[in-house]
Design a binder for this molecule. Structure first.
Ligand SMILES: Nc1ncnc2c1ncn2[C@@H]1O[C@H](COP(=O)(O)OP(=O)(O)O)[C@@H](O)[C@H]1O
Ligand SMILES: N[C@@H](CCC(=O)OP(=O)(O)O)C(=O)O
Length: 257
Protein backbone atom coordinates (compact mmCIF):
# COMPACT_ATOMS: atom_id res chain seq x y z
CA UNK A 1 0.00 0.00 0.00
CA UNK A 2 1.33 3.44 -0.94
CA UNK A 3 1.17 6.27 1.57
CA UNK A 4 0.70 9.79 0.23
CA UNK A 5 0.37 13.23 1.76
CA UNK A 6 -1.73 15.75 -0.18
CA UNK A 7 -1.37 19.45 0.60
CA UNK A 8 -4.01 21.94 -0.51
CA UNK A 9 -3.48 25.71 -0.35
CA UNK A 10 -5.76 28.53 0.80
CA UNK A 11 -6.42 29.81 -2.72
CA UNK A 12 -7.98 26.49 -3.78
CA UNK A 13 -10.21 26.41 -0.73
CA UNK A 14 -11.55 29.97 -0.96
CA UNK A 15 -13.69 31.79 -3.48
CA UNK A 16 -15.22 35.26 -3.25
CA UNK A 17 -14.58 35.44 0.48
CA UNK A 18 -16.16 32.04 1.24
CA UNK A 19 -14.97 28.47 1.45
CA UNK A 20 -15.08 26.97 -2.06
CA UNK A 21 -17.38 24.06 -1.23
CA UNK A 22 -17.38 22.51 -4.70
CA UNK A 23 -13.61 22.43 -4.86
CA UNK A 24 -13.47 20.97 -1.35
CA UNK A 25 -15.95 18.31 -2.48
CA UNK A 26 -13.83 17.49 -5.55
CA UNK A 27 -10.77 17.12 -3.33
CA UNK A 28 -12.62 14.84 -0.90
CA UNK A 29 -13.89 12.81 -3.90
CA UNK A 30 -10.29 12.44 -5.13
CA UNK A 31 -9.16 11.21 -1.70
CA UNK A 32 -12.05 8.72 -1.57
CA UNK A 33 -11.04 7.40 -5.02
CA UNK A 34 -7.39 7.15 -4.02
CA UNK A 35 -8.38 5.11 -1.00
CA UNK A 36 -10.28 2.74 -3.31
CA UNK A 37 -7.01 2.39 -5.24
CA UNK A 38 -5.28 1.23 -2.04
CA UNK A 39 -3.60 4.49 -1.13
CA UNK A 40 -3.30 5.62 2.48
CA UNK A 41 -3.94 9.37 2.38
CA UNK A 42 -3.20 12.15 4.86
CA UNK A 43 -4.33 15.67 3.95
CA UNK A 44 -2.51 18.87 4.92
CA UNK A 45 -5.12 21.57 4.53
CA UNK A 46 -4.64 25.32 4.76
CA UNK A 47 -7.69 27.56 5.04
CA UNK A 48 -8.18 28.11 8.79
CA UNK A 49 -7.48 31.86 8.62
CA UNK A 50 -9.59 32.20 5.46
CA UNK A 51 -12.49 30.29 7.05
CA UNK A 52 -12.28 32.47 10.17
CA UNK A 53 -12.36 35.59 8.04
CA UNK A 54 -15.71 34.53 6.53
CA UNK A 55 -17.17 34.93 10.06
CA UNK A 56 -15.23 37.92 11.42
CA UNK A 57 -13.29 40.16 9.03
CA UNK A 58 -10.41 41.20 11.31
CA UNK A 59 -7.28 42.85 9.89
CA UNK A 60 -5.25 39.83 8.77
CA UNK A 61 -1.94 41.70 8.76
CA UNK A 62 -1.86 41.63 12.57
CA UNK A 63 -0.46 38.38 13.94
CA UNK A 64 -2.86 38.40 16.92
CA UNK A 65 -5.80 38.63 14.53
CA UNK A 66 -4.47 35.75 12.40
CA UNK A 67 -4.18 33.68 15.60
CA UNK A 68 -7.80 34.53 16.44
CA UNK A 69 -9.04 33.90 12.88
CA UNK A 70 -7.38 30.49 12.82
CA UNK A 71 -9.07 29.62 16.13
CA UNK A 72 -12.44 30.59 14.64
CA UNK A 73 -11.85 29.01 11.25
CA UNK A 74 -10.18 25.68 12.02
CA UNK A 75 -13.30 24.05 13.57
CA UNK A 76 -15.46 25.37 10.71
CA UNK A 77 -13.07 23.94 8.16
CA UNK A 78 -13.10 20.56 9.89
CA UNK A 79 -16.88 20.57 10.14
CA UNK A 80 -17.09 21.05 6.38
CA UNK A 81 -14.57 18.29 5.75
CA UNK A 82 -16.44 15.96 8.13
CA UNK A 83 -19.71 16.53 6.25
CA UNK A 84 -18.06 15.90 2.90
CA UNK A 85 -16.09 12.80 3.92
CA UNK A 86 -19.28 11.39 5.49
CA UNK A 87 -20.88 11.45 2.01
CA UNK A 88 -18.26 8.83 1.04
CA UNK A 89 -18.71 6.90 4.30
CA UNK A 90 -15.32 8.10 5.55
CA UNK A 91 -14.21 9.51 8.86
CA UNK A 92 -11.68 12.33 9.05
CA UNK A 93 -9.75 13.73 11.98
CA UNK A 94 -7.84 16.84 13.04
CA UNK A 95 -4.10 16.89 13.76
CA UNK A 96 -2.41 20.24 14.52
CA UNK A 97 1.35 20.69 14.55
CA UNK A 98 3.81 23.40 15.48
CA UNK A 99 7.30 23.41 13.98
CA UNK A 100 9.02 22.37 17.23
CA UNK A 101 7.31 18.96 17.13
CA UNK A 102 9.70 18.03 14.33
CA UNK A 103 12.75 18.99 16.43
CA UNK A 104 12.04 16.29 19.00
CA UNK A 105 12.39 12.57 18.14
CA UNK A 106 10.07 11.79 21.06
CA UNK A 107 7.30 14.10 19.80
CA UNK A 108 7.66 12.85 16.23
CA UNK A 109 7.37 9.25 17.36
CA UNK A 110 4.26 10.04 19.46
CA UNK A 111 2.69 11.83 16.51
CA UNK A 112 3.61 8.95 14.18
CA UNK A 113 1.79 6.46 16.42
CA UNK A 114 -1.34 8.64 16.18
CA UNK A 115 -1.10 9.08 12.40
CA UNK A 116 -0.37 5.37 11.83
CA UNK A 117 -3.35 4.40 14.01
CA UNK A 118 -5.70 6.76 12.18
CA UNK A 119 -4.56 5.46 8.78
CA UNK A 120 -4.76 1.83 9.91
CA UNK A 121 -8.38 2.49 10.85
CA UNK A 122 -9.23 4.04 7.48
CA UNK A 123 -9.53 7.55 8.97
CA UNK A 124 -8.18 10.54 6.99
CA UNK A 125 -5.90 12.76 9.12
CA UNK A 126 -6.41 16.43 8.25
CA UNK A 127 -3.31 18.30 9.31
CA UNK A 128 -2.69 22.01 9.73
CA UNK A 129 -0.28 24.21 11.58
CA UNK A 130 -1.57 25.16 15.04
CA UNK A 131 -1.75 28.81 13.99
CA UNK A 132 -3.23 30.00 17.29
CA UNK A 133 -0.05 29.19 19.21
CA UNK A 134 2.57 28.84 16.45
CA UNK A 135 4.29 32.18 16.39
CA UNK A 136 7.92 33.28 16.20
CA UNK A 137 10.31 30.31 16.58
CA UNK A 138 7.47 27.77 16.58
CA UNK A 139 6.18 28.70 13.16
CA UNK A 140 6.51 27.18 9.71
CA UNK A 141 4.15 29.92 8.44
CA UNK A 142 3.41 28.04 5.27
CA UNK A 143 1.98 24.59 4.88
CA UNK A 144 4.31 23.67 2.01
CA UNK A 145 7.26 23.05 4.31
CA UNK A 146 5.00 21.63 7.03
CA UNK A 147 3.64 19.08 4.55
CA UNK A 148 7.19 18.13 3.48
CA UNK A 149 8.03 17.40 7.12
CA UNK A 150 4.83 15.40 7.50
CA UNK A 151 5.63 13.39 4.35
CA UNK A 152 9.18 12.65 5.47
CA UNK A 153 8.69 11.95 9.17
CA UNK A 154 5.54 9.88 8.66
CA UNK A 155 7.03 7.84 5.81
CA UNK A 156 4.97 8.91 2.81
CA UNK A 157 6.01 7.66 -0.61
CA UNK A 158 5.23 11.03 -2.12
CA UNK A 159 3.97 14.52 -1.24
CA UNK A 160 1.40 15.97 -3.66
CA UNK A 161 0.98 19.76 -3.52
CA UNK A 162 -2.26 20.99 -5.08
CA UNK A 163 -1.79 24.64 -5.86
CA UNK A 164 -3.30 27.55 -7.76
CA UNK A 165 -0.56 26.91 -10.30
CA UNK A 166 -0.55 23.67 -12.32
CA UNK A 167 3.23 23.11 -12.34
CA UNK A 168 6.63 24.72 -11.84
CA UNK A 169 7.61 26.98 -14.75
CA UNK A 170 10.95 28.47 -15.75
CA UNK A 171 9.50 31.86 -14.70
CA UNK A 172 6.25 33.05 -13.08
CA UNK A 173 3.52 32.19 -15.66
CA UNK A 174 1.22 34.82 -14.15
CA UNK A 175 3.71 37.49 -15.27
CA UNK A 176 5.27 35.84 -18.36
CA UNK A 177 3.11 34.39 -21.13
CA UNK A 178 6.07 32.50 -22.61
CA UNK A 179 6.87 30.64 -19.36
CA UNK A 180 7.62 26.95 -19.96
CA UNK A 181 6.56 24.07 -17.74
CA UNK A 182 9.27 22.01 -16.10
CA UNK A 183 7.93 18.43 -16.13
CA UNK A 184 10.66 16.80 -14.06
CA UNK A 185 13.06 18.46 -11.64
CA UNK A 186 16.02 16.66 -10.06
CA UNK A 187 17.82 19.55 -8.46
CA UNK A 188 16.97 23.05 -7.23
CA UNK A 189 19.46 25.91 -7.42
CA UNK A 190 20.42 27.78 -4.23
CA UNK A 191 19.22 31.07 -5.68
CA UNK A 192 15.76 29.63 -6.44
CA UNK A 193 15.48 28.56 -2.79
CA UNK A 194 16.40 32.03 -1.55
CA UNK A 195 14.03 34.01 -3.82
CA UNK A 196 11.24 36.21 -2.49
CA UNK A 197 7.89 34.67 -1.51
CA UNK A 198 5.28 35.15 -4.25
CA UNK A 199 1.84 34.04 -3.00
CA UNK A 200 -0.92 34.65 -5.52
CA UNK A 201 -3.75 35.03 -3.04
CA UNK A 202 -4.54 37.19 0.00
CA UNK A 203 -4.71 34.17 2.34
CA UNK A 204 -1.75 32.27 0.88
CA UNK A 205 1.62 32.66 2.56
CA UNK A 206 4.08 30.57 0.63
CA UNK A 207 4.27 31.17 -3.10
CA UNK A 208 6.49 29.04 -5.32
CA UNK A 209 9.58 29.43 -3.13
CA UNK A 210 8.21 27.45 -0.19
CA UNK A 211 7.12 24.73 -2.65
CA UNK A 212 10.69 24.56 -3.93
CA UNK A 213 11.99 24.46 -0.35
CA UNK A 214 9.57 21.60 0.38
CA UNK A 215 10.75 19.74 -2.74
CA UNK A 216 14.41 20.33 -1.87
CA UNK A 217 13.90 19.00 1.66
CA UNK A 218 12.21 15.87 0.33
CA UNK A 219 14.72 15.20 -2.46
CA UNK A 220 17.54 15.57 0.09
CA UNK A 221 15.79 12.80 2.04
CA UNK A 222 15.39 10.64 -1.10
CA UNK A 223 11.66 11.32 -1.42
CA UNK A 224 9.48 12.67 -4.21
CA UNK A 225 7.03 15.53 -4.61
CA UNK A 226 4.44 16.19 -7.29
CA UNK A 227 3.10 19.73 -7.89
CA UNK A 228 -0.20 20.03 -9.78
CA UNK A 229 -3.34 22.12 -10.06
CA UNK A 230 -5.89 22.05 -7.25
CA UNK A 231 -8.46 23.84 -9.46
CA UNK A 232 -8.55 21.02 -12.00
CA UNK A 233 -7.70 17.58 -10.60
CA UNK A 234 -7.23 15.87 -14.01
CA UNK A 235 -3.42 15.85 -13.87
CA UNK A 236 -3.17 14.59 -10.31
CA UNK A 237 -5.74 11.85 -11.02
CA UNK A 238 -3.83 10.80 -14.14
CA UNK A 239 -0.54 10.73 -12.23
CA UNK A 240 -1.71 8.86 -9.14
CA UNK A 241 -4.48 6.63 -10.50
CA UNK A 242 -3.50 5.97 -14.14
CA UNK A 243 0.25 6.32 -13.65
CA UNK A 244 0.42 8.85 -16.51
CA UNK A 245 2.46 12.04 -16.13
CA UNK A 246 0.67 14.52 -18.44
CA UNK A 247 0.76 17.83 -16.56
CA UNK A 248 2.30 18.93 -13.27
CA UNK A 249 5.91 18.77 -12.09
CA UNK A 250 7.56 15.74 -10.56
CA UNK A 251 10.44 16.51 -8.21
CA UNK A 252 12.50 13.37 -7.89
CA UNK A 253 16.06 12.84 -6.60
CA UNK A 254 18.56 12.17 -9.38
CA UNK A 255 19.30 8.74 -7.94
CA UNK A 256 15.78 7.55 -8.83
CA UNK A 257 15.30 8.98 -12.33
N1 LIG B 1 8.41 29.74 -11.59
C1 LIG B 1 7.15 29.71 -11.16
N2 LIG B 1 6.36 28.64 -11.48
C2 LIG B 1 5.09 28.57 -11.00
N3 LIG B 1 4.51 29.53 -10.21
C3 LIG B 1 5.24 30.61 -9.87
C4 LIG B 1 6.60 30.75 -10.33
N4 LIG B 1 7.10 31.91 -9.81
C5 LIG B 1 6.11 32.47 -9.08
N5 LIG B 1 4.98 31.71 -9.11
C6 LIG B 1 3.72 32.07 -8.41
O1 LIG B 1 3.49 31.21 -7.28
C7 LIG B 1 2.07 31.05 -7.13
C8 LIG B 1 1.78 29.79 -6.28
O2 LIG B 1 1.93 30.05 -4.91
P1 LIG B 1 0.68 30.28 -3.88
O3 LIG B 1 -0.20 31.36 -4.42
O4 LIG B 1 1.25 30.41 -2.51
O5 LIG B 1 -0.05 28.88 -4.02
P2 LIG B 1 -1.03 28.06 -3.05
O6 LIG B 1 -1.90 29.01 -2.29
O7 LIG B 1 -1.78 27.23 -4.03
O8 LIG B 1 -0.16 27.24 -2.15
C9 LIG B 1 1.59 30.98 -8.55
O9 LIG B 1 0.23 31.34 -8.70
C10 LIG B 1 2.51 31.94 -9.32
O10 LIG B 1 1.97 33.23 -9.47
N1 LIG C 1 -2.15 27.50 8.45
C1 LIG C 1 -2.67 28.55 7.58
C2 LIG C 1 -2.10 28.25 6.22
C3 LIG C 1 -1.58 29.41 5.47
C4 LIG C 1 -0.86 28.88 4.22
O1 LIG C 1 0.19 28.24 4.28
O2 LIG C 1 -1.53 29.01 3.10
P1 LIG C 1 -1.02 28.47 1.65
O3 LIG C 1 0.23 29.24 1.30
O4 LIG C 1 -2.14 28.76 0.76
O5 LIG C 1 -0.77 26.99 1.81
C5 LIG C 1 -4.20 28.46 7.52
O6 LIG C 1 -4.77 27.37 7.71
O7 LIG C 1 -4.84 29.49 7.27
Amino acid sequence: MKRIVIKVGSHILTEDGSIARERMMALVGLIADLKKHSYEVALVSSGAVAAGYTQLPLDRKKIANRQALAAIGQPLLLKMYQEKFAKFGLLCSQVLFSADVFESDKHVSHAKVAIDTLLANNVVPIINENDTVSIEELVFGDNDRLSAHVAHYFDADILVILSDIDALYDKDPNCHKDAKRRAVVNEIEEEELAAEHTPNNEFATGGIVTKLQAADFLMNHDREMFLASGFDLTDVRAFLIEGVHKGGTLFTPTTRS
